[in-house]
Write a protein that binds this ligand. Structure first.
Ligand code: CMC
Length: 433
């Protein structure tokens, strides 16, 4: 496919230069400015990358105006209804839906890699026992490069593949261990007779002293949460993984960097922050006060779980999540859940408010996910680790794609320098107090 058949003309510093315009299979064109500095001596300036494409990618596509999300071309709503997480992982990693044989082989490979090196159990003991599970995960996933040194050579496609399988298989085990450690319960080993989501619930909620039966409906809801979070093109944590990987860093270090970035409340940390906000609001009659605060320029408060850099329409994941929240609460017989009532009323009021309409602020994926996870029995501190478990496949798929991209270079943005110009050093005794 020829990606270039148009050019853009830029006049700057008395020079006129032609810049190629790259065309994607779908979505807006991108002006290729790679030669801009060498030909015109200027940089572009785009803090937050609001108008900058940092790479080619064939994995995920978002149409923010339509509220559409596609994994390898397949709409998220279809996948959430008909597929399951490990099939979605295969799709993201290898580009196509698997045949039954390919899926069985992939599931077998993942299932056979879910245990972690036994010595890792002792590694956990170095953390304070009340550590946030995200803090523990950043450290333990980073430490995988020490435990699995035989899959850190990024120039070897086989080692890259092994590292990918290991991470998809072991990150849920690590997240569950981080949780168990934080509540002082023994680690629960993975069980190969359970599917991916059911096994995760088992590792989180079982205890050695009694049997724990995973309810299939809850495993299905967990699986759906995982599918909805599996990838989201060049978001902050994925870009972090790519930037870390662009230096040639090993895959475990790159994913640990992604987990660290995900933790922030503007990104994956929003699910925890959102549920805390809904609880703080507490009752429907207090909503107007919080809407007022969210609109006040002098108040740093924002409606958590609202707004998105790319979606300027409903986040399609939020729609599926809302349905799932109703189903799970029904299933568990939770009637008149005050948090869900506040969430629904907050959504209704915000969507009629001029401020939110004008700024195109809609509920995002984090708005309803916390309600489901809380109903399942997870504390808020586990919400972002579950996001990290689910997103691991997206990070790895993007990392693998980057390493085979011939245009890939070390990521190294430039800057608009606004500091002092050159000046001479002043000896200490000559500086006034
Ligand atoms: N509540 C109130 N006002 C908001 C909100 C919000 N949640 N989000 C954006 N705005 C306002 C913002 O103040 C700004 O107003 P103005 O133009 O007057 O300065 C305008 O909307 C544009 O916001 P922005 O911060 O410039 O937009 P952004 O694309 O940089 O930020 C965002 C996107 C997701 C960080 C932001 O909407 C936000 O902070 N939302 C709350 C946190 C959240 O839910 N994050 C999860 C995102 S989805 C999952 C994920 O990425 O992990």
């Amino acid at each position: 496919m020829d990606k270039v058949n148009k050019t853009a003309t830029l006049s700057v510093n008395g020079k006129t230069i032609e810049l190629p315009v790259l065309q994607p299979t779908v979505g807006p064109d991108a002006i290729d400015i790679r030669k801009l500095y060498s030909e015109a001596g200027v940089f572009t300036y785009d803090p937050g990358f609001t108008s900058t494409a940092s790479c080619d990618s064939a994995i995920t596509y978002i149409d923010g105006d339509k509220g559409e999300l596609l994994y390898r071309g397949y709409p998220i709503e279809q996948l959430a209804e008909k597929s399951h997480y490990l099939e979605v992982c295969y799709l993201l990693l290898y580009g196509e839906l698997p045949t039954p044989e390919q899926l069985a082989d992939f599931e077998e490979r993942i299932t056979r890699h879910t245990m972690v090196h036994e010595q890792m159990h002792y590694f956990f003991r170095g953390f304070r026992r009340d550590s946030h599970p995200m803090a523990t995960m950043v450290g333990v996933v980073g430490a995988m490069s020490a435990f699995y040194h035989d899959s850190t050579d990024i120039s070897d496609p086989w080692q890259r593949e092994v590292a990918a399988i290991r991470m998809i298989a072991k990150v849920p085990t690590i997240a569950a261990m981080a949780y168990k450690y934080s509540i002082g319960q023994p680690f629960i080993y993975p069980r190969n007779d359970l599917d991916y989501a059911a096994n995760f619930l088992h590792m989180c909620f079982a205890v050695p002293c009694e049997p724990y039966i995973v309810r299939p409906e809850l495993a299905r809801a967990m699986d759906r949460i995982m599918m909805l979070h599996a990838d989201h093109e060049q978001n902050a944590s994925t870009s972090t993984v790519r930037l870390a990987g662009s230096s040639g860093a090993n895959p475990f270090a790159c994913i640990a960097a992604g987990i660290a970035c995900l933790w922030g409340p503007a990104h994956g940390g929003a699910n925890q922050a959102c549920l805390e906000m809904l609880r703080e609001i507490g009752s429907v009659d207090r909503i107007p006060e919080y809407i007022k605060r969210a609109k006040d320029k002098n108040d740093p408060f924002r409606l958590m779980g609202f707004g998105h850099r790319v979606y300027k329409n409903f986040d399609p994941r939020a729609k599926v999540m809302k349905e799932s929240a109703d189903e799970v609460l029904d299933l568990l017989g939770i009637k008149n859940n005050p948090t869900l009532q506040v969430a629904k009323e907050l959504e209704r009021i915000a969507l009629q408010d001029d401020y939110f309409i004008e700024k195109k602020l809609y509920p995002n994926v984090d708005f309803y996910s916390g309600i489901i996870l809380e109903a399942m029995g997870f504390p808020t501190s586990m919400f972002t680790p579950i996001f990290a478990v689910s997103r691991t496949v997206g990070w790895i798929s993007q990392w693998k794609e980057m390493l085979t991209d011939p245009t890939q270079k070390i990521g190294r943005p430039r800057q608009l320098y606004i500091g002092h110009t050159r000046r001479d050093y002043v000896d200490l005794e000559q500086r006034g107090s």
